[in-house]
Design a protein around this ligand. Sequence first.
Ligand SMILES: Nc1ncnc2c1ncn2[C@@H]1O[C@H](COP(=O)(O)OP(=O)(O)OP(=O)(O)O)[C@@H](O)[C@H]1O
Ligand SMILES: [Mg+2]
Length: 446
Amino acid sequence: MANISFLIDLVETSLIKSIQPGISGPGRQSFYCTEQGEGLTKLKSEPADIALIQSNRFSASDLALVKELNESTETEIIIFSDGKPNAYLDEAMFNGITYHFRAPFDIKNITVTLDELVEDLGEQKHVSKSAKKSVLDQFGLLLGSSKPMRKLYRTLRKVSATQANVFVNGESGTGKELVANTIHLVSSRANGPFIAVNCGALSPELVESELFGHVKGAFTGANRDHKGVFEQANNGTLFLDEITEMPLEHQVKLLRVLETGDYRPVGSDKTLHCDVRVVAASNRVMGENFNEFIREDLYYRLAQFPIQMPPLRNRGDDIVGLAQHFLAYRNMENGSAKSMSSEAVDMLEAHHWLGNVRELKHVVERSFILAEDVIGPEHILFDELASSETSDAELGIPLDVPLEDIEKIAIEKNLEKNKGNKSETAEKLGISVKTLYNKLERYSED
Ligand SMILES: Nc1ncnc2c1ncn2[C@@H]1O[C@H](COP(=O)(O)OP(=O)(O)OP(=O)(O)O)[C@@H](O)[C@H]1O
Ligand SMILES: [Mg+2]
């Protein structure tokens, strides 16, 4: 079994002694910090699988470090504290800390937790070697056994138990919508409704009515009462997709309902109340100009629990595992038994996957359409996203394939080229955004 490494930055020697069995079993290695309090900093240069950090004065800079480590490493950070209320620590719990044990420490519980974590991590180290044969793990609707996915599952398990709003950020095609669905499914709201709305596609005239509903006669054409998405999602989950595509002047309308649950339908003088958990998503890169696309006050109301999706290229053997999964699915639907040659698998492994899981799924489906029995390298058509090596004319129009499939391939490729931006894609293809949505909807039902 592969070794699991511990970084230990604990104050009380008695605590170290009591948890010794948890950190020194077979397949476990521990490293101690020479200076108490340097653990988080040390992790930046010396990654460990698990870090045990004792801190009674968790500070703003500790929080910043935890956030940074959460983005750049896969370390499971476990904090031990004296239990005094600490707002930084509370925030850090949503940004990368796996467990927080408060004094007086329950050694038995700590040891069991460590054992479970080691088992979980060890299993995935072990699994990754033979993943080509094994079936991928699944959490909710998400598939994947890689380390970043396991970490995501742990986070999702934690957030699902709360009522916090969630902000999911990640590249196009990484599974943000599946995450929203999964949070709903594993939460106590699972029996309530799940309503998804694409914020980029709301027409400016109707945005308020779409969100909060309207009463009959509120405006010309309002022939009957209409329920907005907050009302439709009452006691359930509302997925505000592509929130950063909503114009800033419309975003302001969301603040009150997110703060209090209160809203007023257009044309009504009554204030209604809803109990809704909001999951919002964006594929804009978090960075310097992110705040041009989202109001800061709105971001903080949505990001009570921020989640960063790992890009597919960082998910190791999940790439092949997912490809095999998608292929198996097609085979089942078509009663066929097509397989993938090892050269094709090598190509998938070597690809950079800018379009993430969506691109992979499309590549597999295209290869399925194109291949007779065995999928070879000639059936693998990637999306030449930013690459200028292949001219558009060379994208390879498959022959002897139904026109409908060609249309689907064309739409998907254009969508990927435009990084999932639907308005841009529709414009380039000369169709309306609504038509594009209808077609995509149909494909997702296939
Ligand atoms: N972990 C996963 N397991 C199985 N299927 C996945 C996974 N992640 C993504 N997919 C599939 O990939 C496709 C894209 O996923 P999804 O729509 O959730 O991505 P997204 O991040 O919302 O993309 P975009 O930013 O373009 O809207 C879907 O068909 C989804 O079912
Ligand atoms: Mg999406």
